[in-house]
Design a protein around this ligand. Structure first.
Ligand code: GLU
Length: 295
């Protein structure tokens, strides 16, 4: 199997300049290391009709290309079921009946890291489980043996983060992001994960899960986000932030691409022409504060 990088958007709406910048970076990381580049639509949750088409069009407009057919998570549920069945067979899962409120109100387990699932359902007896099943469908959680796990990140170095008994399958039957992402990255031959810094805290859980499933861990690079003038992660409400919004104020997709390249210290022009000067070590490590430029 080839080695590959990827971009994995959730088709919940239009991509904004922050998403486009992350995608361009993922492409540059992959291509500068001789990898293929793949696109995976993470449509298990929050999918909005028509969003995928717009996202793919906008990625192409800023020069992000991919080397194989687009993969959609909703078409891959059998793979996720197999992985969960494998963990179940090893006694590494349990049913959880907790509501969000119950989790918030439960006293946290001794030594448990902040925000970790308190383990309420881990110790249910068979009889207790049967009673709960009658009133509420169960989610499936991982029975973790560790409370933290270390990963190596190309931009952040060694990063240690929380691993709790996180959800593998939600109680509505939908596969959880952490499980799907691990299964898909391995199945697609992805060995380089470049994504926004906001996902760094999920990475130890994913690397631990990959380890339990006997899957290789990717190389990671969590890249700085684009933020608004208040320092908050860029969102649709921050004015003209999508290619459509920016076109309406007179900025072409090429111009937006060039602004993004400039923010990365790279020359303007088609994406491949930036490859010669692309070096992860030279990337800015601070968030990029987005100001809608005057055309
Ligand atoms: N689908 C996730 C998102 O759009 C990204 C997942 C990933 O890159 O691992 O936030």
């Amino acid at each position: 199997m080839t080695s590959a990088g990827r971009f994995a958007p959730s088709p919940s709406g239009e991509l904004h300049v922050g998403n486009l910048r992350t995608a361009m970076l993922a492409w540059l990381f992959a291509k500068s290391t001789g990898r293929d580049f793949l696109l995976r639509v993470e449509d298990l949750d929050r999918a909005r009709s028509g969003a995928e088409t717009g996202q793919l069009r906008d990625l192409q407009a800023v020069g992000v290309s991919w080397d194989a057919a687009v993969v959609r998570q909703t078409e891959r549920t059998a793979l996720y079921q197999d992985a969960i069945a494998h963990l179940e067979a090893e006694g590494r899962t349990y049913e959880c009946f907790c509501t969000r409120k119950e989790i918030q109100e439960a006293p946290s387990a001794p030594h448990a890291p902040l925000g970790a699932y308190p383990g309420t359902c881990r110790r249910l007896t068979k009889a207790e489980r049967e009673i709960r099943r009658a009133s509420r469908p169960a989610s499936i959680r991982l029975r973790s043996d560790v409370t933290e796990w270390a990963v190596e990140d190309g931009l952040h170095g060694r990063y240690v983060g929380v691993v709790d008994d996180f959800v593998l399958r939600r109680n509505d039957g939908v596969t959880a992001y952490n499980l799907a992402v691990v299964v898909d990255d391995a199945a697609q031959g992805i060995d380089q994960v470049v994504r926004g810094e906001d996902l760094l805290p999920s990475t130890p859980r994913q690397a631990y899960l990959a380890n339990l499933l006997g899957l290789p861990t990717s190389e990671f690079a969590h890249v700085p986000l684009v933020v608004n003038h208040d320092g908050a992660r860029l969102a649709k409400r921050d004015g003209a932030v999508t290619l459509a919004d920016l076109a309406a104020v007179g900025l072409s997709a090429e111009r937006v691409r060039d602004l993004i390249l400039e923010s990365l210290g790279l020359p303007p022009g088609p994406l491949p022409s930036a490859l010669g000067e692309f070096a992860p070590d030279l990337l800015p490590r601070q968030a990029w504060v987005w100001k809608t430029p005057v055309s």
